[in-house]
Design a protein around this ligand. Structure first.
Ligand code: SOE
Length: 403
């Protein structure tokens, strides 16, 4: 066989990623795999990864397949071989890096939540609008939109399979902070994370609810709570969600919520209920969604992510009921390129699908979804939740984002 038979002749898209911990690893999988599974119009090239620790970032580059390592994100943004900057840092640096990258002429993918505050998210949207005029794209990484079963749910809702929506119920439950001895990692510090379970899990819950419903929340009524107010400082073995305390007596204040419970009203008048927490013992990554419409219902659980439950209320009541659709078949979203029918996917595939969709948007010059505007709108919902909680569940309107 001629060597040229193996050559990928697609034009390339040079990618630079900032941050290489949990989300950086997940995004790396996406960049590494998408072009090997899907037929992409541009071949992603993993040009460079950036982190402050020179030894650790070089190790991350080797482990995740990046060609080079940088220790200053400004140097990464300035590289000629980088056309797209992927931001996987804590929320406190999203705005600064995204705006600088857009101003430097790069496309941007930014992990959720878009920012730590509404003001930062607004500045990012302004930079994205200016960049759009120059043909650059900006997308926020709400990866659960790319779970095939949830993409199928959206398609079914848009086709009218459950009719006019009446209820959306979303719970996102984790338990990694249940133990009061779990250390005070950055996700528990307002200055780094913006908020707690609310920004971390509530951002996903709000985005997926609005995405499936196809309409925004217009107001919320909320309660939040921090059950464990002080925690030991980190420093032992492990990091991120698996971090260990440093073993000493030093403790620090938790400055974000452990949990948030809120109700909301969608633009159509449908009612929504949300519960997000990182202290629900035994619940690992339980994002559960149920939508009830005039003609039927859909239900999903991320812990069984290949399944979608559907009840068709127009069927004969004596034989109707929830049935399980396995979203693993040809014709289901994203399944065309994976395994033979019936072979399921997992969490990491959502990041591969995210890259697939973004690369198509870049090549075709179309608006990527979710856009920075979508990220700003979610940020406004989160801000309204916090405002309502401060006023002890007072119903709080969400201002619209004008296009
Ligand atoms: C931690 O709670 C976390 O990793 C979130 O930050 C992610 O966005 C979610 O996908 C899984 O849980």
């Amino acid at each position: 066989m001629d060597e040229s038979d193996n050559e990928n002749t697609s034009p390339t898209l040079g990618v630079g990623m900032v941050g290489y911990a949990f989300m950086g690893a997940a995004h790396s999988q996406g960049w590494r795999t998408a072009g090997r599974v899907f037929d992409l119009p541009l071949a992603p090239v993993m040009a460079a990864v950036c982190g402050r620790d020179p030894v650790a970032v070089r190790a991350a580059a080797r482990q995740h397949g990046w060609a080079a390592a940088e220790t200053d994100w400004r140097a990464l943004v300035a590289r000629d071989d980088v056309q797209l900057v992927d931001i996987c840092t804590p929320g406190d640096s999203h705005a600064e890096i995204a705006i600088a990258a857009l101003e430097a002429g790069k496309h941007v993918l930014c992990e959720k939540p878009l920012a730590n505050t509404v003001a930062e998210a607004e500045a990012m949207v302004a930079a994205a609008h200016a960049a759009r005029e120059r043909g650059q794209l900006a997308m926020v990484g709400f990866n659960y939109r790319r779970v095939p079963a949830l993409a199928l749910a959206r398609r079914m809702i848009a086709e009218g399979r459950i009719g006019a929506l009446r209820h959306v119920r979303v719970t996102y439950l984790q338990d990694w902070l249940t133990d009061p001895g779990a250390p005070l990692v950055w996700r528990l510090q307002r200055e780094h994370a913006g908020s707690g379970a609310l920004g971390d899990l509530g951002a996903h819950a709000v985005d997926i609810a609005q995405h499936l419903a196809g309409e925004p929340l217009v107001g919320v009524s909320a309660l939040t709570e921090t059950f464990v107010k002080e925690r030991p400082l980190p420093g032992g073995a492990g990091h991120g969600l698996a971090a260990a305390p440093d073993g000493g007596a030093a403790r620090g204040l938790v400055t974000v919520d452990d949990a948030a419970v809120f109700t909301g009203r969608l633009a159509s008048g449908a009612l929504a209920a949300f519960e997000v927490t990182r202290v629900a013992a035994g619940r690992k990554n339980a994002l559960r969604i149920e939508l009830n419409g005039e003609l039927g219902s859909l239900a999903f659980d991320l812990e069984r992510l290949n399944e979608l439950s559907f009840h068709d209320h127009t069927e004969d009541a004596s034989v109707s009921g929830f049935r399980r659709i396995l979203a693993t078949e040809p014709g289901h979203p994203y399944l065309e390129a994976w395994w033979p029918p019936g072979h399921g996917l997992g969490y990491e595939h959502t990041f591969v699908h995210q890259v697939r969709d973004l690369v198509h948007a870049v090549a075709e010059g179309t608006e990527p979804a979710p856009s920075f505007e979508d990220g700003l709108q979610v940020q406004r919902v989160l801000a309204a939740v916090e405002e309502s909680a401060e006023k002890n569940a007072l119903y709080t309107a969400v201002p619209p984002v004008s296009p």
